[in-house]
Write a protein of this length. Structure first.
Ligand code: PMP
Length: 305
């Protein structure tokens, strides 16, 4: 944490070392935290925070599902995110807003509903799956660990506890010498990566598992869906069988951290020509073009710092 100067903690920017929480925090004992990952980019027309308002909306939705009262308005949180980036002298950044239940006494149902800590961290973070991965593709595997089943811990809500599943998927992938793990749902169909959504290019179409599958409906996923339509690339949300992925022409993963990362190999099977395919390149160019002034932002996604 040494390079993090100021953290927004319960309403004010404070020195990082002063931002501490209780060992009695409900979030530590029972996993009751929700969070976001957001990126700010340097663009030719100044710094922007990508889809900041949409991320804060998803944060509130996640908090609502777990009945965590968020005592700040969306506008206050949006402004707090901007302040945190600026206070750390950053122009591009990875932002981590985190809302967690604090010391509300032991017991699964918290005794004090208002013991909530809200934190916003801003830091530098490069390519999540590596620069080479971003350019030339990563090696992935389908893990034996399945993704969270529907109607258990909801995979569509971004809660800290969901990342226990992601850790199992991520560790297994690394144990097998891969950069990232892809999980199937308990229905045996393709779901998502440990921290990324997945897209499969096959027979001239881009496929991605539907929103009701065991996935987090990523904001990058929705960005890619819009950009694909803009580019005239047919994209369909549909159930994808495991074997379809091995025969795909291209596979790529998306996420705020991972951005748009090609997958060049899955379970030691080379995908397409084994690099970044032409459709993935088109999507990447359109995506990064937003921050290079090359893709027109017709959707109000680039929120000025
Ligand atoms: N799935 C999971 C499990 C994730 O952790 C993430 C990263 N937040 C995503 C998908 C992609 O979501 P987004 O594009 O909103 O970052």
């Amino acid at each position: 944490m040494s390079d993090i100067n100021k953290i927004w903690f319960n309403g004010a920017l404070r020195p990082a070392e002063e931002c501490t929480v209780s060992v009695m925090s409900h979030a530590l004992h029972y996993g009751s935290s929700v969070f976001e990952g957001i990126r700010a980019y340097d663009t030719p027309s100044g710094s922007v925070v990508f889809r900041l308002t949409d991320h804060i909306k998803r944060l509130r939705y996640s908090a609502d599902v777990y009945r965590i009262p968020l005592r700040y308005s969306d506008e206050e949180l949006v402004e707090a995110c901007r302040e945190t980036i600026k206070a750390n002298g950053l122009t591009s950044a990875y932002l981590r807003p985190l809302v967690m239940r604090g010391n509300s006494g032991l017991g699964v149902i918290p005794k004090d509903m208002d013991a909530i800590d809200v934190v916003i961290i801003a830091m530098k973070w490069g390519a999540y799956l590596g620069e080479d991965g971003l350019r030339n593709g990563i090696r992935a595997c389908i893990t034996s660990w399945q993704r969270l089943a529907p109607n258990t811990i909801p995979p569509g809500v971004k809660a800290g506890g969901n990342y226990l599943s992601s850790q199992l998927i991520g560790w297994e992938a690394r144990d097998r010498g891969c950069d990232e793990g892809i999980a199937l749902g308990t229905d045996g169909l393709l779901s998502e990566g440990a921290g990324e959504n997945i897209f499969v290019v096959t027979n001239g179409r881009i496929l991605t598992p539907p929103g009701a599958a065991s996935i987090l409906k990523g904001i990058t996923r929705s960005t890619v869906m819009t950009l694909a339509a803009e580019l005239g690339l047919p994209l369909v949300e549909q159930a994808i069988a495991r074997e379809q992925i091995y025969g795909a022409d291209e596979v790529f993963m998306t996420g705020t951290a991972a951005e748009v990362t090609p997958v060049r190999q899955i379970d030691h099977i080379t995908i397409g020509s084994g690099g970044c395919g032409p459709v993935t390149r088109q999507i990447q160019d359109a995506f990064f073009g937003l921050f290079e002034g090359k893709t027109e932002d017709r959707w109000g996604w680039l929120e000025p710092l």
